[in-house]
Design a protein around this ligand. Structure first.
Ligand code: NI
Length: 184
């Protein structure tokens, strides 16, 4: 298990479409190592999600925090291979996002509050999860990375775009309003 370098905006992998993973590839030692490395890297970066293009690999794989950390236990992360994400309704909600490949910035992004996530786990078994709120937001963000889309593309306007240290003051107000922030 190794922590890999997270590439930043400007690296072509972030703007390329990722290839689906074949069953043979998924079973290979190098791909299982990539999944281990994605898990190690997202934990090290204290992110809630990380997609393979963010370590320069254009394959349809992301990891996300499926069980958020509590005061007693660290978060649990799940790898998803060849994912698809289907919104449960047309509804959109705005909340703050950041991206490990676009350090120090935050912006308000509309996302579907409930989605269904399909794909394969690292052993090739099917995944079918109904996700809501924060976790639904994270998987939409990570899914976008597999199609060369970043959260800035999803912002309806850039007025909320803010540096993290300026954002801290905003967040204090937002926390009182029950808002949260996702970084992946
Ligand atoms: Ni991201």
């Amino acid at each position: 298990m190794a922590v890999r370098k997270i590439v930043r905006l400007g690296h072509p992998a972030l703007r390329s479409r990722s290839e689906a993973v074949t069953p043979e590839e998924l079973a290979s030692a190098s791909l299982q190592e990539l999944i281990d490395d994605l898990l190690a890297t997202v934990v090290e970066a204290e992110g809630v999600g990380l997609a393979a293009p963010q370590v320069g690999v254009n394959l349809q794989i992301f990891v996300y925090e499926s069980e958020p950390q509590t005061e007693r236990e660290p978060g649990r992360y799940e790898a998803v291979i060849n994912p698809s994400v289907e919104p449960e309704s047309e509804e959109l909600e705005y909340d703050w996002e950041g991206c490990l490949s676009i350090p120090d910035l935050r912006g308000l992004v509309p996302r579907h509050p409930e989605v269904r996530l399909f794909g394969l786990d690292r052993h090739g078994a099917p995944i079918d999860r109904l996700l809501a709120g924060f976790t639904a937001r994270v998987v939409q963000h990570e899914f976008d990375h597999l199609h060369g889309v970043i959260y800035l593309d999803r912002m309806r306007d850039l007025h909320s775009l803010t540096y993290e240290d300026e954002f801290e003051a905003l967040l204090d107000e937002a926390e009182q309003a029950g808002e949260s922030s996702a970084v992946g």
